[in-house]
Design a protein around this ligand. Structure first.
Ligand SMILES: C[S@@+](CC[C@H](N)C(=O)[O-])C[C@H]1O[C@@H](n2cnc3c(N)ncnc32)[C@H](O)[C@@H]1O
Length: 310
C-alpha cells in the first residue's frame, strides 16, 4: 500500500471510496500503518479534518478490511472509537502538500457554503499554481494581484515557492475574506512573501471604477491572476469590465492569466466573447506542467493569457 499517497489523499479529504485500497490492509501491521498515517497524523491534533470526513473514511477502511477477508484489528477499532467520542471541531482544515511544503487551509468540504463558492478550493487554482511554480521566473520580484482568490491556495502556494515582490489577494465575500486572513496567518511560517488581502468586488468596480487607494495599488501590479472565476454568466460582464479597468491602470508590460475549469461550454464561450467585445485578446497557455496536487486529471482546465488588442 502506498502510504504516502494515502496520507496525502486523506489530508485533502479525498473521498475514501475513491482511494486505492490494497489487500494488505487485512493484516494487522498494515492497519496500524494506515491508522498512523491518517487519523493519528500529528498535524490533526492542532488542525483537524472534519469529523464527518474521518467517520466516513473509517467506515470505508473497515468495510474494505472485511471485503478483503481480514479482521478489524484492535488498533483500528480503537481509532474508530476515538472518533465517535471526539468533540466535533467547528474549525476544520485541509492540508495540501506541494513540493514538500505543507499548506493548511481552513476550508469547507461542501461546494457552496454561506451562499458562496469561495469557501472551498477549486482545481483551476491548483492547475494555475502548478503552471506558475514550475517556472518561478514568471513571478520573480513581480507584484501580483489575484482576483476571486477564495481560500488562497493559489496565492499561498506561489508565495511559498516563488520570490514574488508582493502578492495582493482579493475577494469580495466577507466570510471568504475572513478565512483568507486566517489562512495567511496559519501558513506564515512557510511563506517567502506575506500576501495582503483586499476587498475587490467586480460588480462594484464595473459600476463605479476603482477607489483611489486601489488605483494606487494596481499601478504597481505586474501580474494579475484569477482561478475558477468563470462559472456564472451573471458575473462575466463585471469580471471582464474589471479586467479591462485593471489593464488600463497596471504596468504596461503587465500580464493577466485566468484559469478556468470548463464545466459548461456556453458559459465559457460567453466569457471569450465578452473578452473579445472589450478588445481583449486571449491565448491559451499550452505549456504542460507536472501535476503537484491531487485532483481529477480528466477535468477540462484552461489557462488564458489575456492582453489588450493593439
Ligand atoms: C469558484 S470560487 C474560486 C475560488 C478560488 N479562486 C479557487 O479557485 O479555489 C469563485 C470566487 O470568486 C469570488 N467572487 C464571486 N463573485 C465575485 C465578485 N463579484 N467580486 C469579487 N469576487 C467574487 C467568490 O467569492 C469566490 O471566492
Amino acid at each position: 500500500m502506498d502510504l504516502g499517497k494515502l496520507r496525502a489523499e486523506f489530508l485533502i479529504c479525498l473521498p475514501a471510496k475513491n482511494m486505492t485500497w490494497s489487500k494488505d490492509i487485512k493484516f494487522e501491521s498494515m492497519q496500524q500503518d494506515v491508522v498512523a498515517a491518517t487519523i493519528r497524523n500529528e498535524i490533526l491534533q492542532k488542525k483537524p479534518l472534519p469529523n464527518s470526513y474521518i467517520m466516513n473514511f473509517m467506515k470505508v477502511f473497515m468495510s474494505k478490511i472485511e471485503e478483503f477477508g481480514g479482521e478489524i484489528s484492535e488498533v483500528t477499532f480503537e481509532a474508530y472509537g476515538d472518533i465517535l467520542t471526539k468533540p466535533v471541531s467547528e474549525i476544520t482544515y485541509k492540508h495540501y502538500d506541494v513540493k514538500g511544503v505543507s499548506i493548511s487551509l481552513q476550508e469547507n468540504n461542501t461546494l457552496i457554503a454561506e451562499g458562496t463558492t469561495g469557501l472551498k478550493t477549486w482545481q483551476a487554482s491548483q492547475r494555475m499554481a502548478e503552471y506558475l511554480v514550475d517556472d518561478c521566473s514568471l513571478l520573480k520580484d513581480k507584484h501580483v494581484l489575484e482576483l476571486g482568490a477564495g481560500l488562497g491556495l493559489l496565492g499561498l502556494t506561489v508565495c511559498s515557492l516563488c520570490n514574488c515582490g508582493s502578492y495582493l489577494l482579493s475577494d469580495h465575500h466577507s466570510s471568504v475574506l475572513h478565512k483568507l486572513q486566517r489562512n495567511i496567518a496559519e501558513n506564515s511560517n512557510n511563506l517567502l512573501c506575506i500576501p495582503s488581502v483586499v476587498d475587490i468586488d467586480w460588480e462594484e468596480v464595473s459600476q463605479n471604477g476603482f477607489t483611489n487607494s486601489l488605483k494606487e495599488k494596481i499601478q504597481c501590479v505586474d501580474v494579475v491572476l484569477a482561478a475558477d472565476v468563470v462559472y456564472d454568466v451573471k458575473i462575466i460582464q463585471p469580471l471582464v469590465q474589471t479586467l479591462l479597468l485593471i489593464i488600463e491602470i497596471m504596468k504596461e508590460e503587465g500580464k493577466i492569466f485566468v484559469a478556468s475549469t470548463i464545466r459548461n461550454e456556453a458559459t465559457y464561450e460567453s466569457f471569450l466573447k465578452e473578452l473579445d467585445e472589450h478588445g481583449l485578446v486571449s491565448n491559451e497557455v499550452t505549456k504542460q506542467s507536472p501535476q503537484l496536487f491531487i485532483y481529477d486529471k480528466t477535468a477540462n482546465i484552461t489557462i488564458l493569457d489575456i492582453t489588450l488588442r493593439k
